[in-house]
Design a protein around this ligand. Structure first.
Ligand code: CTP
Ligand code: MG
Length: 237
């Protein structure tokens, strides 16, 4: 194994604007257990024995303020890991590209994670890392779809999809760094748009392994998600 392939870093995406959630500040800054929402993911990553560090990606206009927030948090709740901050971009995939660019040279594997999913376990992240090898350069968590999924157009159903062939995909997603970088380079070259990083590795023609995801690993998207979680997790908007 080369030195470059020997360390794993996590990139925590916290640069979105939370348009669907609304509110004064983006949803990743909502308070959960006395800290901003994005912090829960950092604490979970800090429990992975082999993780070498974390890159936080923040909204450009909030970068200094957010970096100060991380500094203050680490003073009272140490992560025990090196961390860096960088500014995000217009789209999620631009924020990922900026996060990748901030990684240190020796990083060979990377976990890309949406801070809007604060409830994943360290065990899941470890299983994802363990699923990676040269033949399988990407591993993603997925759960079975329980709703019936239909395609529709202008308010009418056009087709019902075969649910048994569908999965719902989560983050963190694990990658060999060089393959994810090649996938993002392809996205730039071919103007591909993707809502997750595995899609870009698929476009590269490389295999993406599925690992069992977690039902609790929900994405906080709409105000209704917070209302539901407030009942269970003492979340304060
Ligand atoms: N994200 C990011 N940079 C962007 C867009 C999204 O880092 N330019 C991050 C978000 O902070 C979030 C994750 O990607 O943790 C998933 O995106 P999503 O749930 O869509 O969050 P937002 O884009 O912030 O929300 P919305 O689409 O409602 O504006
Ligand atoms: Mg979005």
């Amino acid at each position: 194994m080369t030195a470059r392939a020997s360390t794993t870093w996590a990139v925590i995406l916290a640069a979105g604007s939370g348009t669907r959630m609304g509110g004064d500040r983006p949803k990743q800054f909502l308070t959960l257990d006395g800290a901003p929402l994005f912090w829960r993911s950092a604490e979970t990553f800090s429990h992975i024995p082999d993780l070498a560090g974390i890159v936080f990606v923040f909204p450009p206009a909030m970068l200094d303020e957010s970096a100060r927030m991380v500094e203050e948090l680490t003073a009272s709740r140490p992560l025990g890991l090196p961390w860096l901050t960088t500014a995000g971009g217009e789209r999620r995939q631009d924020s990922v590209a900026n996060g990748l660019a901030a990684l240190p040279k020796e990083c060979g594997r990377v976990l890309i994670h949406d801070s809007a999913r604060p409830f994943f376990s360290a065990g899941l992240a470890t299983r994802l890392i363990d699923a990676l090898d040269e033949e399988t350069p990407a591993a993603i968590p997925a759960v079975a779809v329980t709703d019936t999924i239909k395609e529709c157009e202008s308010g009418c159903v056009t087709r019902t999809l075969d649910r048994s062939r569908l999965v719902s995909v989560q983050t963190p997603q694990a990658f060999l760094r060089d393959v994810l970088e090649a996938a993002h380079a392809l996205a730039v070259e071919k103007s591909l748009q993707a809502t997750d990083d595995a899609s870009l590795v698929e476009a590269l023609g490389r295999p993406v392994a599925i690992v069992d995801g977690e039902q609790a690993n929900v994405k906080i998207t709409n105000p209704e998600d917070v209302r539901l979680l407030q009942k269970e997790a003492a979340m304060i908007p």
